[in-house]
Design a protein around this ligand. Structure first.
Ligand code: VG1
Ligand code: CO
Length: 542
């Protein structure tokens, strides 16, 4: 029986973001999940009888939210829902399933790298039929719907068994519980030289993959240990836990410190890798060598023709604006375009659909290609394994040769987390107002060449997205970028991105924090971060 429930507009998603991301207790409020899901359906057309893909990263509240989505999808008239067994689907696997089974779209339950558990974060986002995050046209419509909603529709039925593979019916809608790994694993086998990677492991190559008690555990175990023959125990923290074992499932140097320390120690394996809560980010560390995500994108772009799925070469590269210029150098060497987009994977969708870009990346540890429409953590790891297997070089050698050929873009990101939101907004607003006066000014030895607030003109649909980050370029080619995070759930997070090019091979193996020290100091003094936020140092340095 379908029940129509009266409700009221709610304080939902922030405009411009891909979905809802809030603390779990917020989602536990009566009607909260229902309101958002109804707002999503209200902004879509033509889904009757079609397929919806549903899954999440296994965090606390995943199962409850999935039951609500199933019952509301049935009430809305979807013909079929494909749901990952146990409610599990990594973000890239969801994208893969949506595309492969020609679904109308998908609902992904995740707050990505944010902490989980009863007091942690939860999230819901909608992906379109191409497999990627909803574009702004749809997220704006969802946001508008949250402000006018007056009722929602839901089927009254007992909970659906989502732990047994197979098909059942819910008020006329088919519910298909699928293996969360199978379609994704099949796609990876098409893209990469699994024989070469298998031979690499057979020759004794060692690896640790830290799944951070999040969603990639089952995927990594199946593919790395199962199919590719990596030693049992290669995947650690491989069981998805509702609270991620109390850790932040964020593969950065703070939260993946155990892996990082191992990789810097004498007993390090050949490759260290990790992924985040929903499996779309990656961390790559060689023995004694951390690879910044910006460099990883550049290395992948320069070498991906070595993987069978990309042997014809790549059409173009796309990177988010704060990502370093390392990928631009590879693009110009290959004679292809490097597109520069705002932060967030949704901006890559049009470029990928139009065939303008083959590989995309963000400095925040996101890398992916046209195989799906999300960034893909395990894909990046398999790509590195493929490159290592074919070139027979270790990570450190690959990086050294890359820098010798293209130069090194020293890079760091400094995050000031949970700062007072009003202070952070004012800091950015005041700096924005000063941008036009900066060119020509000198700070120590650094002279500003130009400064702007990044605006993106989408070459495919002509849309313009403005106010995407303050950029200050210096005459020596260095750059400082400021922007506020759109994914935090408490206060504001100020992100400061700093980079400087080094073409001299003899000076390419230094500590970025030391090389960039003057720029870092300037990044703090220029907008007076300490005076305005009380912070003398960032919370996270990447
Ligand atoms: C962060 C990253 C951004 C990424 C986004 C979603 O956004 O900087 O590059 O696309 O998270 O990643 P922000 O607005 O906090 O800087 V995920 O792994 O949450 O899908
Ligand atoms: Co993520």
């Amino acid at each position: 029986m379908i029940r129509t429930v009266a409700t009221t507009p709610f304080d939902g998603q922030k405009p411009g973001t891909s979905g809802l991301r809030k603390k779990v207790p917020v989602f536990q409020q009566p009607n909260y999940v229902e309101n958002f899901v109804q707002s999503v359906f209200a902004s879509l057309e033509g889904y009757e009888g079609q397929t919806l893909v549903v899954g999440g990263d296994g965090r606390f509240y995943n199962r409850e939210a999935i039951q609500t989505v199933l019952k509301m999808a049935a009430a809305a008239g979807f013909g079929r829902v494909m749901v990952g067994r146990g409610g599990i689907l990594s973000t890239p696997a969801a994208s893969c399933v949506i595309r492969k089974h020609k679904a109308f779209g998908g609902i992904i339950l995740s707050a990505s790298h944010n902490p989980g558990g009863p007091e942690g974060d939860f999230g819901i986002k909608y992906n379109i039929g191409a497999g990627g995050p909803a574009p702004e046209k749809i997220t704006d419509a969802i946001f508008a719907a949250t402000g006018t909603i007056s009722e929602y529709r839901i089927v009254e039925a007992p909970d659906v068994d989502i732990d047994t593979l197979g098909t059942s019916s819910l008020e006329g809608m088919t519910v298909e519980v699928i293996d969360p790994v199978a379609d994704y694993a099949e796609l990876m086998a098409q893209l990469f030289d699994f024989d070469a990677i298998r031979a690499l492991f057979a020759e004794g190559f060692t690896m640790r993959f830290d799944a951070m008690s999040a969603v990639t555990g089952p995927y990594a175990r199946s593919i790395l240990e199962g199919t590719l023959g990596a030693a049992p125990g290669t995947v650690v923290h491989g069981e998805p836990l509702p609270d991620f074992g109390g850790h932040h499932p964020d593969p950065n140097l703070v939260h993946a410190k155990e892996l990082y320390d191992l990789m810097m120690s004498d007993g390090a394996p050949d490759l260290g890798a990790a992924s985040d809560g929903d499996g779309d980010r990656n961390l790559i560390v060689g023995r004694g060598r951390f690879v910044t995500p910006s460099d990883s994108l550049a290395v992948i772009a320069a070498n991906m023709h070595l993987a069978p799925g990309y042997k014809a070469g790549i059409a173009g590269i796309a990177r988010s604006m704060p990502t370093s210029a390392a990928a631009d150098r590879v693009a110009s060497a290959l004679g292809i375009t490097c597109y520069e987009t705002p932060t967030g994977w949704k901006f890559f969708g049009n470029l990928l659909d139009a065939g303008l870009a083959t590989v995309c990346g963000e400095e925040s540890a996101g890398t992916g290609s046209n195989h799906v429409r999300e960034k893909d953590g395990l894909w990046a790891v398999l790509m590195w394994l493929n490159i290592i297997a074919v070139r027979q070089l270790d990570v450190d050698e690959i990086m050294g040769r890359h820098w010798a050929e293209y130069g090194r873009d020293y890079y760091t990101r400094h995050d000031y987390e949970e700062v007072d939101a009003a202070a952070a907004e004012k800091l950015v607003a005041d700096l924005r107002a000063r941008l036009q006066d900066l060119p020509g000014q000198s700070f120590g030895g650094l002279t500003v060449e130009r400064a702007d607030d990044f605006a993106y003109h989408d070459p495919v649909d002509g849309s313009v997205t403005s106010k995407q980050g303050l950029r200050i370029f210096f005459s020596n080619g260095s750059r400082i970028v400021y922007r506020l995070s759109g994914t935090g759930t408490a206060g504001a997070t100020l992100r400061v991105y700093i980079e400087q090019f080094e073409g001299d091979t003899a000076r390419q193996d230094q500590d970025p924090q030391i090389v960039l020290a003057d720029l870092i100091a300037l990044s703090r003094s220029l907008p007076d971060i300490e005076g305005r936020t009380g912070r003398t140092a960032p919370d996270v340095i990447t």
